[in-house]
Design a protein around this ligand. Sequence first.
Ligand code: MSP
Length: 479
Amino acid sequence: MKPFFVTTPIYYVNDLPHIGHAYTTVAADVLVRFKRQSGETALLLVGTDEHGAKIAEAASIHNKNPKEYVDEIVVGFKDAWEKLEIAYDRFIRTTDPDHESTAKDFLQKLFDRGYITKGIYEGLYCLGHEKFMSPEELVNGICPDHAKPALPYKEENYFFKLSQFEKKLINVIESNELEIRPLERKNEVVGKLRQGLEDISISRKSVSWGIPLPFDPSHTCYVWIEALINYYTYGQPTGAWPADLHLIGKDILWFHAIVWPAMLLAVDEDLPKKIFAHGFFTIGGQKMSKTLGNVITPHQLIETFGVEASRYLLLSSFPFGVDGDFDWSRMAEKYNADLANGIGNAVSRITTLAVGVNGIILGADPEFEKVFSGLHTKYRAYMSELDFFRATGIIQEMVKHLDQYLNEKKPWTLEGGEKKKVLRNCLGMTVALIGCAGPFMPKTADTVFGSLGLTKGTNPWGAAELKIERGANLFPRLG
Ligand code: MSP
């Protein structure tokens, strides 16, 4: 069976990762863990985009040659993903030999099939975006995202005949053969397609830090074109292609939903099944950027909340498809409410009550199984739609059920069989909710399952005998 194949964007290595990069990457990891937990084989590809003028410029500012520079920066990405417990299957770098050769083969195929022509490109180029900008996208000639002028550019380039794919792309997107989500994004893409497509420049004569075109090595490949091919470099030989999901931010939708599928159509390859473009973190309502000096790194987040809570908070603070403002104090409130007073408190109450009580077999009375399996079905549906916001909402509903039951039954006032029965229900609910929290907070789930004497991946309503130890304080309250 073909594995479920998920990709994140490959990030530019002109600088270290920030929480925007972490956001997409943690989301992809949570989804893949959810799939794996459900028994599917799921593969996660992450990586870095290392060629092009922007990286070459960053390297020269640091007095380094580009390869030396990217080798240093990539460590920061790998380190951040390790800290954030990203269970990827491959970290691809566009300077990896297999990528360079796959990209060349792909370009040669496009050329052989007559989809590449030579021409002169004249336009305004934004280095920050690594793309040509239309005059409407600029404010007095300045790119609003990078606060720098887009520079005039005129050069002989090779072009990809993108304009030939307009109708075909409208068809595959409208029919959901290539699903674009959320729906507003799909409509946006179809709207753009209906305005017509122009051929795009795919090479640079003036940029040496790149992959030479196989049919004319005096040009290097335009960085975006080879970057997109990274998914295929990994997916094709592993049998994972086509990707089941390209997870991206909304800023790079055009390249993923239009340019990349057209390139695949041109070489008769399968299209990705789905592209999901999420919203952006803003800081105090502003875009997060180095220029504004408001960048938050994953390490800052981890220092404040710990790894597990950081993963949970990134995905539970606002709905995945829309923009949301990052606010330290709101995050701290959510940490206290959902984790310290929510999950952490519930687990601690129950393990304290149940420690030393022997012979409890995992399970719960049918009334709870019914409620929890209903919630679990909703949770699964939300997770499959990448609605992490609502999925974490379901986990909190589970916590509330458990709390209410504890407050009603007061097992600390009970004895013998009656006490055991109530504790068994509580523990059954705990296992069910921790199972759902697992993809978000994998180590927490392992710790809790461990303190109940369960091994990984235990079926919430299975028949294991519990051996309860008092667990550590999972989420100390923040003052
Ligand atoms: N190198 C290209 C991607 C090539 S993929 C074939 C690129 N790199 S990037 O470093 O600029 O990363 C862009 C991605 O980072 C976004 O699509 C998104 O996934 C993530 N984010 C960057 N800033 C973000 C926020 N402020 N908020 C949320 N995600 C953000 O584009």
